[in-house]
Design a protein around this ligand. Structure first.
Ligand code: ADP
Length: 498
């Protein structure tokens, strides 16, 4: 093996969502921003990305070109075919390949609807994973590292080891390919009944405790954890937390076994996309020096929500998936005393039906203080980041979290629970008010959240403390540079492993 020290590194990032093409959460931000960041650090790297082509990605709009047709993908039930389209990212410097199979991916949603996950997700993402590996052969382009992300890509390391690395017919073309598997959220594992296994083409010999079996079910994420050459997750705290039973989602043992190969690299923010100084979606652009102009966004935000604007009244915002993870149950627990204070509160999110009902109910009771929006809307998200004074993120767990980083850039102070990436990126306001970038509470309890909210409102009403805090938050640098350097180091480390 070469040491790869001087060789041009080839990286293939595989993800089920990538901005600007498809997004439901932070994974898309990461997969979209990482190529650019890697190329910025090491311009000689070759970076490509691959994702499914969903029904929501019109070829025309993005100028996608057909790159491969009739790509045969071996599945348990026989060959299934797809085309591969090609687009680009990172200002045209990285290719994006789209796996195009209408039956699996020509839908308006990525993984399911509000009623639940699609019934054929096991098949969709087994197909996607295998198609990625087949595509390389047809493109005659073999990366040094396949950087897999989350359960949708979990079978890739297994398929690679079983069917590609050592197959003599493939003449060693895949033998140098290594895998990194990144966990963006351990709570989503791709768990399916074991009868899906024959469909994947994987034999029962790999359905064991050392394989992808998990309490007698098939677990795609576990396949990634077990068969990849190295693992990473998106903050150091989360990397430690998931090796403990409380946060391990049943996989803490597996993660402990692989503890020496598990790294924590915090996500960056792409400040080309997230910057109030250049943002066209907000009514008045601003920097730290002109942060008073946030007020324009605030007025527009509240008008749009039918809430009365009043100078000196703090506005709280949320942009989030509405799931148990994000602390919605805590918020509902304390919403009454919270909204009894002189505040405004704007929520944007989609997710569990029961949180929709719950928030809907609260709005009727607090019509002049609360605005709720059940949709995915990038523009409204920007307006909330810009037009709020405080951003709520009381997560039960949080692998990294982007909302708190984005909000700091917009001069909006995050209120977070001390967990995962939130603990790594936010500093609690010190008692003398001279240090800190947010408000942090430790126990997952309504009382502690309410305490943090009260402290936040108090601080908001002390202009000197508040202004200095906003300046500190805006000066934080979570750009991708440092994180991209760490990923490059990790890629090299994987390639230099015996
Ligand atoms: P997660 O990936 O767990 O959902 P993150 O904080 O890592 O959470 O990333 C969430 C990303 O998705 C952020 O960029 C946030 O602004 C965005 N987002 C979440 N919900 C919405 C929504 N309803 N509309 C627009 N953007 C959203």
């Amino acid at each position: 093996m070469t040491t790869h020290g001087h060789k041009k590194l080839r990286i293939l990032i595989v993800a089920s969502e990538v901005i600007p093409y498809a997004k439901t959460g932070g994974l898309a931000d990461v997969a979209g921003a990482l190529p650019k960041a890697l190329l910025h650090q090491e311009p000689h790297t070759e970076v490509a990305v691959v994702m499914p082509k969903y029904g929501t990605i019109p070829d025309g709009k993005w100028g996608l070109k057909t790159r491969l047709t009739g790509l045969a993908v071996p599945m348990g039930m026989g060959e299934v075919y797809c085309d591969v389209l090609e687009g680009s990212t990172a200002n045209g410097k990285a290719k994006v390949y789209f796996i195009h199979n209408s039956r699996y991916f020509d839908r308006d949603e990525l993984y399911g609807t509000a009623e639940g996950d699609f019934g054929d997700n096991a098949e969709r993402f087994a197909f996607f994973s295998r198609a990625v590996l087949e595509m390389l052969h047809r493109l005659d382009w073999f990366p040094d590292i396949i950087h897999c992300n989350d359960w949708q890509t979990g079978l890739i390391p297994l398929y690679l080891k079983k069917f590609y690395r050592d197959d003599p017919k493939l003449k060693g073309k895949y033998s140098g390919v290594r895998t990194l598997f990144t966990i963006h959220n351990l709570a989503y594992q791709g768990l399916f009944p074991k009868w899906v296994l024959p469909m994947t083409g994987i034999g029962w010999e790999d359905f064991g405790s050392n394989g992808l079996e998990f309490y007698d079910q098939v677990n795609y994420l576990k396949a990634g954890l077990v068969f990849s050459d190295a693992l990473s997750t998106v903050s150091e705290t989360y990397a430690n937390e998931i090796q403990e039973p409380e946060m391990g989602n049943g996989l803490d043992g597996v993660l402990q076994d692989r503890g020496d190969d598990l790294y924590g690299i915090v996500n960056g923010v792409d400040y080309e996309d997230w910057d109030p100084a250049t943002d066209k979606d907000i009514p008045a652009r601003y920097t730290a020096a002109t942060v008073v102009r946030k007020e324009e966004s605030k007025k527009l935000l509240l008008t749009g929500q039918n809430l009365p604007y009043q100078e000196g009244v703090p506005v709280f915002g949320i942009v989030s998936r509405l799931s148990d993870q994000k602390g919605l149950d805590l918020i509902s627990e304390i919403i009454e005393p919270f909204l009894s204070m002189d505040v405004r509160f704007v929520v944007l999110g989609t997710g569990d039906q029961r949180y929709h009902y719950l928030l809907e109910g609260m709005r009727t009771r607090f019509a002049h203080k609360l605005g709720v929006n059940f949709k995915f809307d990038n523009r409204l998200a920007k307006l909330i980041y810009a037009g709020s004074d405080l951003f709520l993120m009381p997560s039960r767990f949080e692998p990294c979290g982007l909302g708190q980083l984005i909000s700091m850039k917009f001069g909006t102070i995050p209120i977070v629970r001390k967990t995962g990436g939130l603990a790594d990126t936010i500093e609690d306001l010190s008692p003398d008010g001279k240090k800190g970038t947010g408000f942090m509470f430790e126990d997952y309890s309504g009382a502690e959240l309410l305490g943090a909210l009260k402290r936040a409102v108090d601080a908001f009403h002390q202009p000197k403390v508040w202004k200095a805090m906003v300046q500190r938050a805006m000066a934080q640098d979570f750009s991708w540079d440092a994180s991209a350097k760490k990923y490059l180091e990790l890629y090299h480390l994987i390639l230099n492993k015996p």
